[in-house]
Design a protein around this ligand. Structure first.
Ligand SMILES: NC(=O)C1=CN([C@@H]2O[C@H](COP(=O)(O)OP(=O)(O)OC[C@H]3O[C@@H](n4cnc5c(N)ncnc54)[C@H](OP(=O)(O)O)[C@@H]3O)[C@@H](O)[C@H]2O)C=CC1
Ligand SMILES: O=C([O-])CC(=O)C(=O)O
Length: 252
């Protein structure tokens, strides 16, 4: 059974803890002690209030479901501790210098950095961008104003530009843009909209290149505890963990 050290005991952390099947969470860490205690009690894990002590606990892999800042602060030390690293706050990797350092460390340690598909679909074949030309690549994300803690009475585009700029301005809302960018090997353009009439987190991907063209629209149900985070994102980590040991690898 794969054992997991969980970094971040919020919304996604709780969903993962509720659905342990072929993996088991043995240690949890959050900057809010009460959250770590509560999740530990619910999942038979041990709570840690100090990251270094957390890392000295016994588990195989770290799942980060905390924040871009946490992934950047702890990513390297996690790999150096000899664990694979599942990074949900993938926006952390939009910092090129950090990402290259992290990849170098993973190679040096013989470890893997996993980027789950998160709140989008289609990452598999979007990877063809790594070997063939992509001409147009746009992500249009639409969420409710409340999920971004802002007010808007009509549909409003609050950002248009490159993925790394959007991540910098909205680190809790467009991690998917970095996952798409890394998959394609080509930075995605991003439009971020709020619309008072939507009750889903909608991601539309427009891609055109040597392969042809595609339009993917995912209409995600927000997660119960954090409406900015789609439930699909948590399901995607669970699926990754369930398949870690599976010799049959599906998708590009
Ligand atoms: N890749 C993708 O497709 C997606 C990625 N995400 C990302 O996944 C992450 C988790 O999402 P979710 O569970 O909904 O978020 P939550 O805010 O519900 O939970 C995150 C938890 O981690 C804690 N935390 C934040 N920073 C640190 C830190 N430096 N050290 C320790 N604990 C920390 C938070 O504390 P506090 O409340 O004090 O900040 C909170 O308790 C977020 O970064 C989110 O943006 C979400 C959806 C899709
Ligand atoms: O959950 C979502 O729909 C997307 C999201 O927050 C992110 O990519 O950070």
């Amino acid at each position: 059974m794969i054992t997991v050290g969980l970094l971040g005991c919020g919304n996604i952390g709780h969903i993962i803890a509720k659905h342990q099947k072929s993996f088991s969470i043995t240690a949890v860490y959050d900057q809010i002690e009460a959250r770590a205690d509560e999740l530990a009690a619910a999942s038979d894990a041990r709570a840690y209030t100090d990251f270094t002590t957390f890392l000295s606990a016994d588990f195989d892999i770290v799942v980060e479901a905390a924040s871009v800042a946490a992934a950047q602060e702890y990513g390297e030390v996690i790999l150096r501790s000899g664990r694979d690293f599942v990074v949900m706050s993938v926006g952390a990797l939009s910092d090129t210098e950090f990402r290259e350092r992290l990849v170098r460390t993973a190679k040096e340690m013989g470890k893997k950095i996993y980027v789950p598909s998160g709140a989008v679909m289609g990452l598999d074949n979007i990877k063809v961008g790594q070997i063939s030309a992509i001409d147009t690549f746009l992500l249009r994300t639409t969420k409710s104003p409340a999920s971004l803690s802002i007010r808007a009475d009509v549909p409003t585009m609050i950002f248009s530009g490159k993925a790394h700029e959007c991540i910098r301005d909205y680190p809790k809302n467009v991690n998917v843009s970095e996952a798409l960018t890394l998959a394609a090997g080509h930075e995605v353009d991003v439009e971020l909209w709020v619309d008072p009439d939507v009750d889903r987190n909608i991601h539309e991907i427009f891609i055109e290149g040597e392969f042809g063209d595609a339009y993917i629209r995912v209409r995600n149900i927000p997660s119960p505890e954090n409406p900015a985070t789609s439930y699909l994102a948590a399901l995607s980590i669970l699926t990754l963990l369930e398949n870690l040991d599976n010799p049959l690898v599906i998708g590009t």
